[in-house]
Design a protein around this ligand. Structure first.
Ligand SMILES: Cc1cc2nc3c(=O)[nH]c(=O)nc-3n(C[C@H](O)[C@H](O)[C@H](O)COP(=O)(O)OP(=O)(O)OC[C@H]3O[C@@H](n4cnc5c(N)ncnc54)[C@H](O)[C@@H]3O)c2cc1C
Ligand code: SF4
Length: 494
């Protein structure tokens, strides 16, 4: 522990972000970052707890508390405090292989579980991670590590999201020959075509891709496995297949008027905007026209928030975000104590921007859409909303949201973005490999591990655990790599 009195002397400080009205002018990353000197003070706040919940990654009340990767957080914080970022990088990469992504987009489960947060504010661990990994890139510490010996085994990884990337990186470093198949034109999965550029600049993905290629990983983009290449061919050519295709099956809002023109699924919308941004700085206009339009986002979660921030950048006239559930409390309730993940109101970047531009929070709670209203040409012109109230289902004992009779209202809308969650993996790819899905739409595995019931086929990431977080996808990729390696070599040293 670097400074025993650090948590008493220094307050939590995270760098200032660009002002909302300034950052909506472009799609650049809006987070700023502090100098090493400032960051050292944040490292000094860490108390090196006897029981460091920050790195526990345990499940409490059905939610993850602490880092699923079990990053060696107290040690890293101490090394940041003493200014030894080189050693901190060595520590960080003992458990983590893609920290440049989580340092930008992770909701920081570690911070919400930090003991400092019980009375004050948590240690700025995510910002410390950013300082460590970006310093390592700047100083040339992140070098390609091709394996010294090749095993002669060939592995196909299907899907290049964080799960596929983590698995490919590990399996290649072990000496196996790895090819990653990706149906999009760029790698990264939702890191590329989901999370908007202002949260994660896409050059960060290219930087990692280059390193992995130098290490020997082969990427084959624009290959839709199941359509362009058949499972049969891959099973013949490769010793193992790892499916890491995500859980991109969107939940629809199947109400009257759903066929109106102007209704898009959130990820389709976000990915088209990012592709246009990367291909032509938005010049090709290959995305739905938003300028001057009244946008309604259905879904109050993180994906919905990304739709709000993106719509504002594209010049929407108004943005409303509908959320089925009631507004969460501002502070933890007694039934949600530390170190559980706090179920409290968070105002994310998109909502901050809406407040700055339109003067009010875009979120409307306990509300959904029960009809899409079209004009005579079939274009969306309004939505009919209905209020919801919480009711206990006597059969299941669970609380469900039910419509309140007579609460219907009409709201003008030109564009609807559906961000209502996901229903698991796409069936065609599971069917192609003969891997069954469970009742939640995720691929079934033996003993809840990573091996499917189909010989030679493994699965990782959202495709196995359902729509989750980047940190979980990376953890799954690493664990699946171990399982694949063990099945090939009889043991694993990964
Ligand atoms: C809009 C949005 C924003 C998010 N923001 C955050 C965030 O800020 N922080 C966070 O931690 N998490 C976030 N998440 C969740 C996170 O992105 C996912 O949990 C994570 O990317 C899952 O990784 P994965 O590798 O399992 O799958 P994915 O990232 O979904 O990657 C799967 C890949 O497989 C490819 N694929 C699928 N089928 C085939 C096929 N047949 N042939 C070839 N390739 C195929 C897909 O094209 C895709 O590239 C967000 C999710 C969304 C939708
Ligand atoms: S819980 Fe917080 S204070 Fe304790 S070791 Fe982890 S980061 Fe440091």
């Amino acid at each position: 522990m670097g400074k025993p009195t650090g948590f008493l002397e220094y307050r939590r400080q995270t760098p200032k972000e660009k002002e909302p009205k300034e950052r909506i002018l472009d799609f650049q990353e809006f987070k700023k970052h502090d100098s090493l000197e400032k960051q050292r003070e944040q490292g000094a706040r860490c108390m090196d707890c006897g029981v460091p919940f920050c790195q526990s990654g345990c499940t409490l009340a059905g939610m993850t508390s602490g880092c699923p990767l079990h990053n060696l957080i107290p040690e890293i914080n101490d090394l940041v405090y003493v200014g030894n970022l080189e050693e901190a990088y060595a520590r960080l990469t003992k458990t983590h292989c893609l920290p440049e992504f989580t340092a930008r987009v992770c909701p920081a489960l570690c911070e919400e579980a930090c003991t400092c947060g019980v009375n004050f504010a948590p240690v700025a661990t995510k910002e410390n991670e950013y300082a460590v990994i970006e310093n390592a890139f700047r100083k040339g510490l992140v070098k390609p590590c091709p394996p010294k010996v090749r095993t002669g085994k060939k592995i196909a990884v299907i899907g290049s999201g964080p799960a596929g990337l983590a698995a490919a990186l590990k399996l290649n470093q072990r000496g196996h020959e790895v090819t990653v198949f990706e149906r999009s034109d760029r790698i990264g999965g939702l890191l590329c075509y989901g999370i908007p550029n202002m949260k994660l600049d896409k050059s960060i993905i290219e930087r990692r891709k280059k390193l992995m290629e130098e290490e020997g990983v082969q990427f084959r983009t624009n290959v839709n496995v199941g359509a362009d290449v058949k499972a049969k061919e891959l099973l013949k050519e490769y010793d193992r297949i790892l499916l890491a295709c995500g859980a991109s099956n969107p939940r629809d809002v199947n109400v009257k008027g759903r066929d109106a023109k102007g209704i898009y699924f959130a990820v389709d919308f976000l990915s088209r905007v990012t592709k246009s941004l990367l291909d032509s700085s938005l010049e090709d206009k290959a995305f739905p026209e938003i300028k001057g339009k009244r946008v309604v986002v259905i879904g109050g979660g993180d994906t919905g928030n990304d739709c709000v921030g993106t719509s504002i950048r594209l010049g929407a006239k108004s943005v409303v975000q509908l959320e089925m559930m009631p507004e969460p409390p501002k502070e933890r309730t007694e039934s949600n104590p530390w170190p559980q993940w706090p179920k409290v109101l968070k105002t994310d970047y998109g909502q901050e921007e809406a407040i700055a531009v339109f003067g009010k929070d875009p979120r409307v709670y306990c509300t959904t859409v029960d009809e899409f209203i079209k004009d005579k040409d079939g274009n969306l012109k309004a939505v009919r909303t209905v209020e919801l109230t919480a009711k206990k289902n006597e059969n299941t004992g669970r609380v469900e949201m039910s419509p309140v009779k007579g609460s219907e209202k009409q709201m003008d809308a030109d564009i609807v973005l559906i961000a209502a969650g996901f229903l698991g993996a796409q069936k065609y790819i599971a069917d192609e490999f003969g891997t069954a899905l469970n009742e939640r739409g995720n691929v079934k595995t033996k003993d809840s591990g990573y091996e499917t019931f189909k010989q030679k086929v493994f699965v990782a990431g959202d495709m196995r655990r359902g729509q989750s977080l980047v940190v979980w996808a990376i953890k799954e990729g690493i664990e699946a790599a171990k399982a694949v390696d063990r099945s090939l070599m009889g043991y694993t040293n990964l």
